[in-house]
Design a protein around this ligand. Sequence first.
Ligand code: GLV
Ligand code: MN
Ligand code: MN
Length: 409
Amino acid sequence: MNKPVFNGERLLDRLKRLGEKGALHGGGVCRLALTDADKAGRDLLVRWMKELGLEVSIDKIGNIWGIREGIEDGPPVMIGSHIDSVATGGLYDGVLGVMAGLEVVAALNDADLRTQKPLAVGAFTNEEGARFAPDMLGSGVHQGALDLDECLATVGIDGTVLGEELERIGYAGNVSVKNLTPAAFLEYHVEQGPVLEQEGIQIGAVTGVQGISWTEYTVTGQSNHAGTTPMAMRHDAGVVAARIACEARAIADEFGPPQVSTVGTFELNPNLVNVVPLEAKLTVDLRNTDNDKLIAAETRLAEAAARFARDEGCKVEARTLARFDPVEFDDALVSRIEQAARDLGHSVRRMPSGAGHDAQMFAPNCPTAMVFVPSAGGLSHNIAEHTEPDDLTAGGRILLNVALELLGE
Ligand code: GLV
Ligand code: MN
Ligand code: MN
């Protein structure tokens, strides 16, 4: 029996080949959840899982996992993430965690090593939440934080229904959700922010994920002629929406880090040069590691939105698209990741995650932690997302070593 070796070349090859599914001109991918491109990615993943000898399951929300048997039965150690992307995504976000999981399996197979516990590699439906809100939807249903039927009925940004899209692409599985609580959950991911690169540190041992709050505001006013309507007689939904957007920014500026705010979508109706807008819709993404501060930010924005609407004689409605409290990972597992990094000679720091991750849905139910590697220029949700191959391999070796400790040789 040989010692298992994490093969960075093989990891890179799989990353590239999965990146061909939904590839965009100029680089990056559009693999929005449950689209044809997502189906193509899923098909390739399932093929690779089977080639590696994994027993593949697909549950009712379309999560895919493959299990490598252990000497003991019982709950597996799971390595997982997602393969869906935002519409302008890079090659690494999510995919890295799943492909690295496959590489851990391949390394164990090559070494002909049977572990005590089973090992599972998982890919969870609609982590991004870009097509169907909320994000982390598949892992949330899998771990009992979100309701299966409500999630199946979710209407996407293109008017499609999640459950129908799942059927259409052939990934409405028959395995019941909530049927697998792993012995431990590991997620390997690119940082998606600038900290590691700026500090010249190779590995992040992730301590938790900040709280996430997504709200859609719909403002209704009155459309009218842009030339003839006196300013005092206007009920301009666009102005109210613009003030909400500026308030979201002011909240983040005034609260200071780690509070962040983003208005990622903004639509006017009828969206014409000479018509006062009848309706405006915008989304606000607020995040903070401190739940009390996040609640304060949400409250201030909601009150401001009501005031701006009153000022303009408009109506405003708020709809929560996602709300997740901050999550802390398992301290002992975070320490193991730090130790594994040091043992392999890498610089490492503890850090919270700014992005949401499937790991946060597992954290309440089993020991969970994440490994981060640097993102060039701190770029993510961008087709130029990049991580150096040496860093990808370094994080993969840490993942393998920590997984081996948990699996028992
Ligand atoms: C999901 O990836 C998010 O953090 O928005
Ligand atoms: Mn991700
Ligand atoms: Mn993402």
